[in-house]
Write a protein that binds this ligand. Structure first.
Ligand code: FAD
Length: 120
């Protein structure tokens, strides 16, 4: 079997921005690619809400749809306009999946996103 530390390294070194949040989207963990994409390091962003990344130009209906989906234990995929620490806007292609505890209740969310500004 694989050592546990290898799973941690896999997430830390995955070439996609990964964050783990609580049920209210407060950020508990980020990987290296998250820092590369957003400009925020762990000390700056842990404890903040994912909404800190929002450019505030995404229609509210999209956020409503996002929460409607993930709070029903389903995976949401879509594109949002985000803003890096230094202010640069980018188009985020984001997938959010609920993480379930042993009883099947939502305990956390995992977010995975890429900057697809140039691909657009
Ligand atoms: P908010 O006040 O956060 O909410 C907007 C609407 O969302 C509300 O009216 C409500 O309908 C719904 N809502 C909010 N919180 C909850 C809740 N806890 N339960 C049920 N419904 C709720 N946003 C981005 O802009 N960029 C990102 O990269 C991004 N990544 C995310 C990653 C993860 C893992 C999660 C869980 C969320 C992510 N979000 C992201 C969504 C973010 O948390 C905010 O909901 C969003 O940015 C809107 O913020 P707001 O302050 O404008 O509005």
């Amino acid at each position: 079997t694989l050592p546990f530390s290898l799973f941690v390294k896999a997430v830390e070194q995955a070439p996609v921005a990964i964050s783990i949040t609580d049920k209210k989207a407060n950020i508990l963990y980020i990987n290296q690619a998250f820092t590369d994409v957003t400009g925020y390091n762990a000390a700056e962003i842990l404890g903040q809400n994912e909404s800190a990344l929002s450019d505030k130009s995404t229609p509210r209906q999209i956020y409503y749809d996002l929460w409607h989906t993930i709070s029903r234990k389903q995976v949401w995929h879509g594109q949002l306009v985000n803003r890096q620490k230094m202010g640069q806007r980018y188009l985020a292609d984001l997938t959010i999946a609920p993480m379930l505890d042993d009883r099947g209740a939502i305990s956390h969310y995992i977010g995975m996103h890429r900057d697809v500004t140039l691909a657009h």
